[in-house]
Design a protein around this ligand. Structure first.
Ligand SMILES: C[S@@+](CC[C@H](N)C(=O)[O-])C[C@H]1O[C@@H](n2cnc3c(N)ncnc32)[C@H](O)[C@@H]1O
Length: 255
């Protein structure tokens, strides 16, 4: 089993919490994030009631989940990140804990969302097996993780994780097949695997890193056009390898 990196992630995200608040403070970046959330939410079965956002960070997605499914729970290892969530989802049900040691009884949730949290952990099978146990038999895991299928993106991401103090050098994305394989090894049956994000991801996803759109008039309109192009790219056979995220859903295999 890999050694836990819990303390390093807590330290890293202490410094990142204010950056996330800044990231989500622009209309054009919120537009992008909401489109990304919609891509995940369309995989949420109608009947799901009890929802967990695992690695919810500053709670920007949790606020949407709470509006759709009141009583949604957010969990994050970083208390500093969770504290920011008060501005998006006051009075939310929040848990400070490690996803590799999930503090819920079995079969607690109908749906678990993980948006960009799995790749920060070291024992991916343990993380995902915990999710399988915490889900009800008919429950669903819906994840979006950095996609490493394109070697240029894989290389650029690895370089950035190594150079920038805002990332951990040992974090890395997954190829789509790696992510699907991990899910299957952790007790999941794959329901869906697709891609998300290209232009919108780069120019609107992280204004704390790439901030050029902040100065461009009509940036919300531009982002809408980018999102339309991205939808076309992500659904086109020889182009979808350009995408920055892989979105998957799975249900626990019968126990
Ligand atoms: C890339 S951020 C994504 C945050 C949020 N989902 C969003 O989209 O804004 C990853 C989050 O995973 C959390 N995280 C890292 N390791 C974790 C662990 N072992 N257990 C729970 N959360 C963890 C971090 O603290 C951070 O908030």
């Amino acid at each position: 089993m890999s050694a836990s990196n819990a303390l390093e992630q807590i330290e890293l995200h202490k410094a990142l919490a204010p950056r996330y608040a800044y990231r989500y403070s622009f209309e054009f970046s919120r537009l992008f994030q909401e489109d990304w959330h919609a891509e995940m939410l369309r995989l949420l079965p109608e009947r799901s009631e009890r929802v967990l956002d695992l690695g919810c960070g500053t709670g920007f997605f949790l606020a949407e989940l709470e509006a759709l499914r009141p009583g949604a729970v957010g969990l994050d290892i970083s208390h500093a990140m969770l504290r920011v969530s008060e501005q998006y989802v006051p009075g939310a049900r929040l848990v400070t804990a490690d996803a590799e040691r999930l503090p819920f009884i079995d079969r607690s949730f109908d749906a678990i969302f993980c948006k960009g949290s799995l790749h920060h952990t070291r024992d991916h099978v343990r993380f995902l097996s915990n999710c399988a146990r915490a889900l009800r038999p008919e429950g669903v895991l819906i994840m979006s993780e950095p996609c490493n299928d394109n070697f240029l993106i894989r290389w650029a991401r690895a370089a950035m994780y190594r150079i920038s103090p805002h990332f951990h050098p040992d974090d890395r994305g997954f190829t789509k097949d790696e992510l699907v394989g991990l899910m299957e090894r952790s007790g999941f049956e794959l329901v869906y695997a697709g891609r998300y994000g290209f232009l919108g991801y780069v120019f609107a996803g992280f204004p704390d890193h790439i901030g050029i759109l902040r100065w461009v008039p009509g940036n919300a309109w531009i982002v809408r056009k980018m999102l339309a192009i991205d939808r076309w790219i992500c659904s086109t056979r020889f182009l979808r390898i350009l995408s920055f995220q892989v979105v998957v859903s799975g249900k626990p295999r019968a126990r």
